[in-house]
Design a protein around this ligand. Structure first.
Ligand SMILES: Cc1cc2nc3c(=O)[nH]c(=O)nc-3n(C[C@H](O)[C@H](O)[C@H](O)COP(=O)(O)OP(=O)(O)OC[C@H]3O[C@@H](n4cnc5c(N)ncnc54)[C@H](O)[C@@H]3O)c2cc1C
Length: 305
């Protein structure tokens, strides 16, 4: 078994750490931002393969993650995962989504909000990310791993294998300028008795309403190349107006907070071994959707040490 250093404490790094520990490796996680300071904590977060490529691998990783999250929702109430039915809506008629083949069963929806003519309903894991990330940290520690804050200027060299899960930080740590930020803003509002999720990803910006137990995440925006993590009041107003078309009852819901994250987009998610480094970054808008599938692939790649 190897001594592994995982760089990055977002959903991708922590999930990889859990699987590596379960496989018997010694694992230390190091990260500049601790889990509740990462992009991952900003995610809505619904299982949905949005802005991640290529489709064949994303489809495989997504199916694996769906199965793990579905099981977790049954077996571990502390994991912050709940299976919820919801609807993706469209303003034009369109064929089944590419991920439907082998993915969760979808049903065409006829009860649509005004302005929409097509849509499909399916069950998906919805995660409360602060809860889920805290649960992942507990799993890492229970399994004997560690988590330490460390701001690196290069990947470490004192381990058998280094697993690079640094998201947008891979521009520096992997010298990879092809990973770019897609800025996303959300508004978190009070829970108003909503059980179903809604998603419209067909516009210039995605619009989504994702219920958690005690609050609702309302999104969103997608702006390529924008680095600012400061929430914009105009964007927040626009998000709430778009979301109220999907769920009119959101009008007047109390706003609890505003959040911004930088999705790490790459032409292809990089899960690849290069010498003693296994890279796992570039998950775009689907890191939560892909984390368990990628963690299993990372574990296979480390296992070949
Ligand atoms: C608004 C918004 C909504 C989203 N909604 C969803 C959704 O519904 N479903 C979904 O699947 N995905 C969603 N996403 C996408 C998802 O959040 C990302 O794909 C995911 O968080 C990427 O995870 P990560 O662990 O790779 O990166 P991050 O969470 O960014 O973690 C990277 C880690 O690397 C560390 N690091 C970076 N550089 C260094 C360095 N130099 N030294 C040490 N450590 C370093 C960081 O400190 C951090 O700990 C959303 C994203 C946003 C912004």
């Amino acid at each position: 078994m190897s001594r592994v250093i995982v760089v990055g404490a977002g959903v991708v790094g922590l999930t990889a750490a859990v699987r590596l520990l379960e496989a018997g490796h010694r694992v230390d996680v190091v990260a500049r931002d601790l889990p509740l300071e990462t992009t991952s904590v900003v995610a809505g977060a619904v299982w949905y393969p949005y802005l991640a490529f290529p489709r064949a691998r994303v489809g495989d990783w997504g199916r694996t993650s769906y199965a793990v999250l579905d099981a977790l929702s049954d077996t571990d109430p502390d994991a912050g995962v709940r299976m919820r039915e919801g609807t993706e809506v469209h303003r034009t008629r369109i064929p089944d989504p590419w991920w439907a083949d082998g993915g969760p069963p979808i049903a065409r929806e006829t009860a649509l909000p005004p302005g929409y003519v097509d849509g499909w309903t399916f069950r998906a894991p919805v995660l409360d990310m602060p809860v889920h990330l805290r649960w992942l940290v507990r799993r890492v520690e229970e399994l004997g791993g560690t988590l330490t804050r460390m701001n690196l200027s290069a990947l470490p060299s004192h381990a058998d294998v280094v697993v690079n899960c640094s998201g947008i930080g891979s521009r520096l740590l992997a010298g990879d300028r092809t990973v770019v930020p897609i800025r996303g803003q959300v508004v978190v509002v009070e829970q108003i008795g909503l059980e179903r999720w809604w998603l419209d990803e067909s516009g210039e910006h995605p619009t989504y309403v994702l219920p958690r137990e005690h609050e609702i995440v309302v999104g969103g925006t997608a702006v390529e190349g924008e680095w600012s993590r400061t929430p914009s009041p105009e964007a927040a107003r626009d998000i709430l107006a778009r979301a109220a078309v999907l769920v009119p009852a959101l009008r007047g819901a109390k706003v609890l907070r505003h959040k911004v994250g930088l999705r790490p987009l790459r032409a292809a998610v990089r899960v690849e071994r290069q010498g003693d480094v296994v890279h796992c970054y570039g998950h775009g808008g689907a890191g939560v959707t892909l984390a368990w599938g990628c963690a299993e692939e990372v574990t296979r790649l480390v296992g070949t040490a």
